[in-house]
Design a protein around this ligand. Structure first.
Ligand code: JB2
Length: 224
């Protein structure tokens, strides 16, 4: 763990899960930021850690002194998590990765910046995870998968070997993608879907076997 103090971006459910890990690792946490509303949750605490205010609190600290943790999960619309990462990277900040101690991570993996691997995750040999990838509770990523930046695998998702996910792909809770499949950039795999054919960019698929349904980009998909 980098020694710089951390600010956690977001103060909801995913922030709580990340904080649980970081507090156990005795990370130096300055606080959380909440959405920039008229009255972001100042005075509120999450697991005893204070909400500092909106994201405008971040530039009070130099990128030399702090690192950020992206705690936006599936808030509101898919894509917000990517926007936060890109916004703060453009301002010179860097993102810390968070690995639960019970994540099994092959030493033969390549991990981008700000990758988050939650409890019970398995990442096998030859996997490449891009920047800002979130692999949530008990999801598994088998050998030689290539996961594009900003992709999000919800709890229990299963990727067999050699799967390629484009940037920003969202794989819903309990979805299964068989070996060798490619999913194009920005597509959404619905919860519980079983994907046995390649998926083009920018679509939503659902069902078993998964088929393209009307795009639900930007809406909640029941995936977390
Ligand atoms: O622009 C923002 C912003 N927009 C919303 N900046 C900051 N700093 N915070 C923002 N937020 C905040 O994200 C909201 O004010 C709220 O505190 C939080 C969203 O909380 P919520 O619990 O709704 O979503 P989440 O992203 O923490 O968790 C979702 O995704 C996880 C992966 C849920 O679906 C969880 O169940 C899921 N496990």
């Amino acid at each position: 763990m980098d020694k710089k103090a951390l600010i956690i971006i977001g103060a909801g459910g995913h922030a709580k899960v990340l904080l649980d890990i970081l507090l156990a690792q005795k990370a130096d946490i300055l606080g959380l930021t909440d959405a920039d509303t008229a009255s972001p949750g100042v005075g509120r605490h999450v697991l005893g850690v204070p909400v500092l205010g909106g994201d405008s609190q971040v530039p009070e600290h130099s990128p030399e002194d702090i690192r950020l943790v992206n705690a936006l999960g599936s808030v509101g619309r898919i894509g917000k998590r990517r926007e936060i990462f890109q916004h703060f990277k453009a301002l010179g900040y860097s993102f810390a990765s968070v690995f639960h101690p019970a994540a099994i991570i092959s030493r033969l993996t390549e991990l981008g910046e700000g990758v988050q691997l939650m409890a019970g995750v398995v990442v096998q040999a030859g996997v490449v995870l891009g920047d800002n990838v979130l692999v949530n509770t008990r999801a598994s990523v088998d050998h030689d998968c290539r996961i594009g930046a900003h992709a999000h695998l919800a709890p229990g998702a299963i990727l067999s070997g050699g799967v390629t996910l484009g940037e920003g792909v969202h794989v819903g809770t309990g979805a299964v993608i068989i070996q060798g499949i490619t999913v194009g950039e920005g597509s959404v795999i619905g919860a519980g879907a079983v994907v046995i054919r390649d998926v083009p960019s920018g679509v939503t698929v659902a069902g078993n076997p998964a088929r393209v349904s009307n795009a639900v980009q930007g809406c909640r998909t029941g995936n977390s």
